[in-house]
Design a binder for this molecule. Sequence first.
Ligand code: SF4
Length: 422
Amino acid sequence: MEIPAKSRHVKTESGKRLSRMMIQSYTDLHRRAGEGAFTVWIAIIVPAELFAGFDNVVYAVPESHAAMSAGKGVGPLQCEKAERAGYSMDLCSYARIDIGTAFDSGKDSPSFGLPKPHLLVSNTNNCSLLVKWFDVYNRAWDVPHIVLDVPFAYGPQREEDLGYIVAQLRSLIETIERMSGQRFDIEKVRAAVAHSREAGRHWKRFLACAAHRPSGITAFDSFVQMAPFLTDRGTPELAEHYRLLADETEALVASGSFPVPGERYRLLWDNIAPWHQLRNMSTRLAGMDANIIAASYTYCLGTLEGEYRLFEGETAEPMRYLARLQNFSVCPMGKELRKRAMKEAIRELGIDGAVFASNRSCKVYSVMQMDLMREISAECAIPCAMIDVDHADLRAYSEESAFLRIQALLERIDRARSGKTA
Ligand code: SF4
């Protein structure tokens, strides 16, 4: 497809730096693991800053590796390997990509897979599938698997739940001390938390560029740029990268450079990024003068349940800070909390319409979307549409069906503007 003249797909300095950073991150991970570092595989929500408290512990995030694999076009290939081994196509495509990669010794992976772990740490507040997924490796490799039990959030986190999580984090630290023979230093975690908080402030500054008309970013930029938030948490490099990203994006806005200069439709995305469609979808939308300027998937980073703004917290009690943030991803939230944050995003950013991406893989993100969509549409008086996607398995996505609905959504926005019934 020809790229429309008015869409901006020039790689920014931050984009180039991101590529270098991700290569460095995976290279360091493999090198340090090869040199004997204690290696932990974690679910996305596990507070990675804890590992900075040890001299020689590295962590890998299978979900992040699966997203990268899907973005690089090998999602279906790795999924099929897992399916041939007997895993159902109905399982989350992240799990299938990861299992397909791990049991094929990292073959076809953009990062040569992940170094084998000494310990697996999952949690219960995103989805139960994740626990079962890590259990596969527990059985296959006889590697211990710790499951952090994090209560779901149907309201603000309760003090007793916070205490319950802190106790489990302490137990995790003791386990790593025992298994690795290394001593834990809370001062190093305090420093890591400070870096994460600083990174979060710059991340929000970057996302705030969406408030400009036309928007200074697309949600697709934020999908791509969230990668080091998962792989490099608690590092000064992450804080510096997001500082430069926010500075550069603000400078582009000030100079009048926008990804969709003729922007007529400002849209919100709900669900995980469609990793295999980032370029296709953003390009095609730009050709329609439409921009998905924000996403619940990326504005939630660093926030509390039901909030849109960054959780500042404080670093005096790093364990409490990390435990308090355990519900930041959208999945553990009940409908009312999800809706509250979404309505604030719609207000802050002047959203014209919302795209609810019903994700075949991620049932937990998708299950309440139909109700949420009806309520958002009524309470915010904006048209909404639901499209079918799978975040990492291209085989379960139809571009033409999705764009038929997006086209209809844009027409409803036009009708609403001209005073006719949406
Ligand atoms: S089903 Fe959703 S929450 Fe669970 S592992 Fe897959 S993407 Fe993550």
